[in-house]
Write a protein that binds this ligand. Structure first.
Ligand code: FMN
Ligand code: SF4
Length: 499
């Protein structure tokens, strides 16, 4: 009997082969895993990427997903989707610097047009690339001859904080997990679902060895017995490369398991991710994963973001000082900013932590697009709220909260006088309503109700205030707690737009 945590992998394998999941597939999996049919159904129906088909129903030969996130909509994604028969809307595909983006079965299409999407429908997906050139780092920054305490001290001195969104100090988290009784596990969070974020794709594409190296260093430092990498299903090209890179790790390396997500934003939240890794629906839990009862397989679990592990590898090789000496406007260190929208050169920018929006646009993005001036920006994707151009806080953890937002994963979406802020807000409210896992009422009902209100010409401010209050106080996870930033920040900073 295969372990339950392989259920989602099996669902993927069947769908890859048959184009969808038929009732007989689900029954066979129930028998194989010794689960009830309803348990298998529950998992399969939770995830947007699984296609449940009826007996005799034809499976589609290809699926065209057109990205519906703000940066792609600014570049005509809705018109593109309307002209491609059968195309479906997808939450952010993580290609915001190449908007509008599409995913044609397993082939990402950048700067998509009807012609390029049709051309992608004709091609067979390319074979997996071979592993990136083996680097001397493979095996984890001299793992074995670097004392664990020295690793933790170096990370502490660097001031590195988690880049997945919450900004938790890395060394403190590692120490907390290491202090729990073993066996322990490391999980690499490569779910990258925040609209506007595409840095993890960038780091896996350009520095996969570093990311693996950081994960191996984490496993060494906390004495973990295995590493699990949870990669979003929207990155099939990276899945193949990562698979090959893991296979190329030297014998004796701690086991590394690669798992695919299946199209659920909430699974980026660490406890939902753990549920998903266990083969279940991605429902967030109430406690942090380093507590054994809620860690993966009931073991204390260290969850880190891809970018965090990239910086771990850099810091352990170059030293804490080489990282900490950077920084601007009172902040320390380096970080990535995923910049998209109305700038001349969008992309992942490695910049001093704490740059302002104007510094980021002018020094790293070639300035605003011709004919556009900065009107507003989202510093942290869908969750981080809107800021007006005149507010220029350091783009860093803890610096945006007083304005009703946060930096999160630094998905900076730049908007100009030509953009309809209400339309962007409605897009994001619908995104949250779609992605709420439904487990708690304030979030399930609040996101749906807010999206309805935002569709109206006149926004009912008292009702939005009430909804926001309840959602922030009573939602289990960060999705329901942060969703109100969308409309509350617009009400606060752009009264002329929301009146
Ligand atoms: C709704 C929601 C979605 C999230 N999505 C991601 C994600 O896609 N990737 C990620 O690394 N962290 C995500 N997080 C943050 C994780 O819960 C967790 O804090 C992070 O993976 C820890 O890694 P770090 O300390 O290296 O940042 C999300 C959090 C919430 C509330
Ligand atoms: S806040 Fe929303 S996404 Fe999070 S657990 Fe509750 S219903 Fe699910």
């Amino acid at each position: 009997m295969p372990p339950r945590d392989l259920l989602i992998e099996h669902l993927h394998n069947l769908q890859d082969r048959h184009g969808g999941l038929y009732p007989a597939h689900l029954s066979a999996l129930a028998a194989e895993f010794r689960l009830s049919l309803s348990e298998v159904m529950e998992t399969a129906s939770f995830y947007a990427h699984f296609r449940l088909l009826k007996d005799g129903e034809a499976a589609p030969s290809a699926v065209v997903r057109v990205c519906g996130s703000p940066s792609c909509v600014l570049r005509g994604a809705e018109q593109l989707k309307a002209t491609i028969p059968g195309a479906v809307d997808a939450p952010c595909l993580g290609l915001c610097d190449h908007a509008p983006a599409a995913l044609v079965s397993r082939v990402p299409v950048r700067e998509a047009t009807v012609e390029s999407v049709m051309a992608a429908l004709m091609v067979t997906p390319p074979p997996p690339r071979s592993s990136q050139s083996p680097s001397p780092l493979w095996g984890g920054v001299g793992v074995g001859d670097r004392p664990r305490d020295a690793i933790l001290a170096e990370l502490e001195a660097s001031g590195l904080r988690g880049m997945g969104g919450a900004g938790f100090p890395v060394a403190r988290k590692w120490r907390t997990v290491a202090a729990q009784p073993g066996p322990r596990l490391v999980v690499v969070n490569a779910d990258e679902g925040e609209p506007g974020t595409f840095k993890d794709r960038h780091f896996l594409d350009t520095a996969m060895d570093r990311v693996l190296d950081g994960a191996l260093a984490a496993a060494w430092a906390i004495e973990a017995e295995a590493i699990y990498i949870y990669l979003r299903d929207e990155y099939p090209d990276l899945h193949d490369t990562l698979d090959a890179a893991i296979a190329a790790l030297p014998p004796g390396t701690v086991p590394v398991h690669l798992r695919r997500g299946a199209g659920a934003y909430v699974c980026g939240e660490e406890s939902a991710l753990i549920e998903s890794l266990e083969g279940k629906r991605g429902l967030p839990r109430q406690r942090p994963p380093y507590v054994a009862e809620v860690g993966l397989f009931g073991r204390p679990t260290l969850v880190n973001n891809v970018e965090t592990l990239y910086w771990v590898s850099r810091i352990l090789e170059d030293g804490a000082e080489s990282f900490a000496k950077h920084g601007r406007n009172g902040q320390k260190g380096l970080r990535s900013y995923s910049v998209s929208g109305r700038v001349k050169i969008p992309g992942v920018k490695i910049a001093p932590n704490g740059v302002t929006i104007t510094e980021l646009i002018e020094e790293f993005c070639g300035g605003m697009e011709d004919g556009h001036h900065l009107a507003a920006y989202l510093p942290g994707g869908a969750s981080g709220g809107f800021l007006p151009a005149h507010l220029q806080p350091p783009l860093a953890f803890g610096c945006i909260e007083e304005h009703g937002g946060f930096i999160g994963s630094a998905a900076v979406i730049v908007l100009s006088q030509a953009d309809d802020l209400r339309a962007v807000a409605l897009n994001l409210a619908r995104f949250f309503a779609h992605e709420s896992c439904g487990q708690c009422t304030p979030c399930r009902v609040g996101t749906a109700r807010a999206a309805e209100i935002l569709e109206q010409p006149h926004w009912d401010k008292p009702l939005l205030d009430d909804l926001s209050h309840v959602m922030r106080q009573a939602s289990i996870c960060g999705l329901g707690q942060a969703a109100p930033n969308v409309w509350q920040s617009l009400l606060r900073h752009f009264p002329e737009v929301t009146a």
